[in-house]
Design a protein around this ligand. Sequence first.
Ligand code: PHE
Length: 475
Amino acid sequence: MQERHGFKSTFGFLMAAVGSAVGLGNIWGFPHKMGSNGGFAFLLVYVILAALCGFVVMVSELSLGRRTGKGAIETYQILSRKFKWLGWLATLSPFLILSFYCALGGYCLKYMVLNFGNLINAGFGTNGLSGDAVFKTFMLNQTEGVVFGLIFVLLTALIVMGGIRGGIEKFCSVGMPALFIMLVIIIIRSCTLPGAVEGLKFMFVPNLQPLKENFLSVLATAGGQMFFSLSLGMGVMITYGSYLDKKKNIHKNAMIILVCDTIVALMAGLAVLPAAFALDPEGKTSGPSLLFVTLQNVFDNMGTVGAVFGIVFYLLVILAAITSSISLLEVIVTHFCDKAAAKGKGDKRKVYSIIAAAAVSVLCILVCLDGMGYSGYWVPGRVLVDGVWQYTATYNDCWLDFFDMLSEGIMMPLGALLMCIMIGYELGPDVIRDEIESHEGHKMHSYGFYKLCVRFITPLLMLLVLGGQIRDFFI
Ligand code: PHE
């Protein structure tokens, strides 16, 4: 049978796993959510949830994957009788997430090119238009949106084709340290702008009001953010775990991934919010509008150096996004590669990477054509006024948000909830301890805590998160 090459070094694995965790969620989600949900108080809720849910789910997923040495679908089929089908849910989520993740990655590519245009005074720069106008024009240009989205899918597929060791590990081992350096450069610039302090205040000053007013909503926001940001509740960590050898310490590495992801989220806040508050105080500070409208205004307002910072910043975001999108595509590719290998078909990775990327492209094209609702492929946002289609869509009613809600809002917490029930009540928590301690010298010191969490605390919190997310979407 074909040999299954896993991660070569612990560093390589960590860069890949942290790379998966650090992504768009850290850059546009965390800083704003922290700011508008209580500042330091939100951070506290987030850290508690990360410890009680994130850590538990992360350790579990890595262990389950390593135990079977197979992708998500097979892992559940091998281990469980009642939850055999759960792997399919864990493989469907990556499809949905990739559809909008690649679209957004493509937008970042476009913005890098745009800033390059500004640098050399070329016609493909912003041409003096405001951030808002640039973004709208781009969203209405469906061909351009689709082309950039597909370039991003292609880049993702090319790395995945190289395999775990030759593609993902290699790319992340260089890409993640580079991302870190760029982040530090942007933080220094952002925090030294006059007026930057307002952004810091927005993010960090404790404000207990949101917690008092609607604790459930804060909890759901923090929980949803944590799942998405740590790449949990779907096949990613199971898949990466399946490429780990017994010498790697899952318990310790899970903690490192968690801490690194949270630190980068805070750093991302230091990079974007002070600059946004200093140079575009009226601008929105969350979601796509932060990334593509407010920050572009910020770079335009910086003068000539703005274009350089723009290029560095969007490159940083592209790196963050691509190290996440490869982990998502790998979930799908691993499943098919394992299947082919079991049937003695040899190494089919390249073919499967292309097929999976083609399937993802279909959904990605839909999201790009929709242009965040501006081009109106979301029917409820489209109204006929005097025989002409008018688009009333805002950021809240488009395909991107719909796929996001399905995956991040429902499928990920649900997947993680059911996995905890499977471990807690069907398999027994000692499966995880046995796997972690299967190498001499590795101890699961937190076993008592883990057992309590996986059976009671984590599922309960996840139910609350799930309920809160569903409620928030429909309100
Ligand atoms: N963790 C990534 C982010 O924060 C997104 C992601 C989710 C990646 C799920 C893989 C799996 O942007």
